[in-house]
Design a protein around this ligand. Structure first.
Ligand SMILES: [Zn+2]
Ligand SMILES: [Zn+2]
Length: 363
């Protein structure tokens, strides 16, 4: 049985607030409760247990006499004041509220300021302020990085201690080579073939029955709870109840079939064949420490040709403390340095080489 609580109403004639719902007339000025009077429920309203009061509550919504405007209980067929028949007088409205949404104050509060229902709060910061803050933050970050770099970037006077280049050329020779492959090239000359394991297939050979724990949500009952209140239209409120299922996590052991795989070799034909092709025979190299690099001279036989070329240009700088800074450079930059000369090397805060003033890197 849903709990019933007694509501309150305010007398609009004499200003009395908090009149008990059971009174259909104002106990102060005797004015009858007008049609559409707003009933409200105080948060500390207690459940009604008195059976006679409960009787009023359960009668149903009041009706208001169309002749003398007197508020009457639902069980009366005639006006308690003027005796006129109820006729077509409608029942007062029954309203449902969600939990916590039933009114907590009455009609007399309408004209008074209500701080709790103030206009929606304005955002504390305007868009402009937020954008400004973000820009300021980003500027701060950039400045921080710049400051760290400029504080810790340092210039070093260094000397070119080592200065060298290396150039290599591969020499390819055209001749007959013996190869093995799973395919026989069209211009390959077959020498022999044999069956070899080429790969393994995973083949399903059976199942093993295993068990595992599984959990599931099982409904074990239901729960009834107060989810709102109903204005009964006669000065009383009744709790509205809702029901929801209650679940419990239950565990059980289930069996399942676990597949078993076996590795089965797959054989293929491996061909051994001869084929005529270009292959790298040797690598010729030239290297020196002056700034006039050259490619190594090649003495090519009639079945040889020049293959891939590589070139590297290296410098090792040394500072006053003897620390070495080795680096490889593109030819165009490398060629401008001279062994034994001094240069200025810019080192970033992290110790990496940022650039060197005299060959046009940055500052
Ligand atoms: Zn009154
Ligand atoms: Zn009447």
């Amino acid at each position: 049985m849903a709990a019933i609580k007694e509501g309150r109403w305010d007398c609009q004639y004499c200003g009395t607030v908090g009149v008990l719902g059971r009174h259909k007339s104002c106990p102060v000025c005797a004015a009858s409760r007008p049609e559409g009077t707003k009933f409200y429920l105080l948060t500390d309203a207690e459940e009604v247990t008195d059976t006679s009061v409960l009787g009023y509550a359960k009668m149903g919504p009041d009706w208001v006499c169309e002749f003398c405007s007197t508020s009457n209980a639902a069980n009366l067929g005639q006006c308690r004041s003027c005796g006129a028949a109820r006729g077509t007088a409608p029942a007062q409205a029954v309203k449902e509220y969600k939990l916590g949404e039933a009114p907590q104050s009455g009609d007399m509060d309408l004209d008074q300021p209500r701080p709790s229902k103030a206009a929606p709060a304005k955002p504390k910061y305007s868009v402009g302020q937020i954008v400004g803050a973000v820009v300021a933050f980003l500027l701060l970050c950039c400045c921080g990085v710049w400051a760290v770099n400029s504080l810790f970037t340092r210039d070093k006077t260094v000397t070119v201690a080592e200065y060298s280049w290396t150039r290599t050329v591969e020499v390819e020779v055209y001749g007959t080579v013996t190869e093995e492959d799973w395919e026989l090239p069209s211009d390959g000359r077959l020498i022999s073939e044999r069956e070899e394991i080429r790969e393994y297939d995973q083949v399903l050979v059976g199942y093993e029955t295993k068990s595992r724990q599984v959990s599931e949500q099982v409904q074990t009952g239901s729960r009834t709870y107060v989810c709102g209140s109903r204005d009964l239209g006669n000065g009383f409120f009744e709790d509205v109840t809702c029901t929801e299922p209650v679940y419990e996590t239950q565990y059980r052991t289930e069996t399942y079939e676990d597949p078993i795989y076996e590795s089965v070799p797959v054989y293929g034909t491996l061909y051994t064949y001869e084929i005529d092709k270009w292959t790298v025979d040797r690598t010729e190299e030239s290297a020196a420490d002056h700034n006039e690099p050259f490619w190594p001279p090649l003495n090519l036989a009639s079945n040889e040709r020049e293959g891939a070329r590589t070139e590297t240009y290296s410098i090792v700088f040394v500072d006053e403390d003897g620390e070495r800074y080795p680096m490889e450079l593109p030819y165009e930059e490398w060629v401008g340095f001279e062994r034994g000369r001094e240069y200025t090397l810019s080192l970033s805060g992290l110790g990496t080489v940022e650039g060197c003033g005299e060959w046009g890197y940055g500052s």
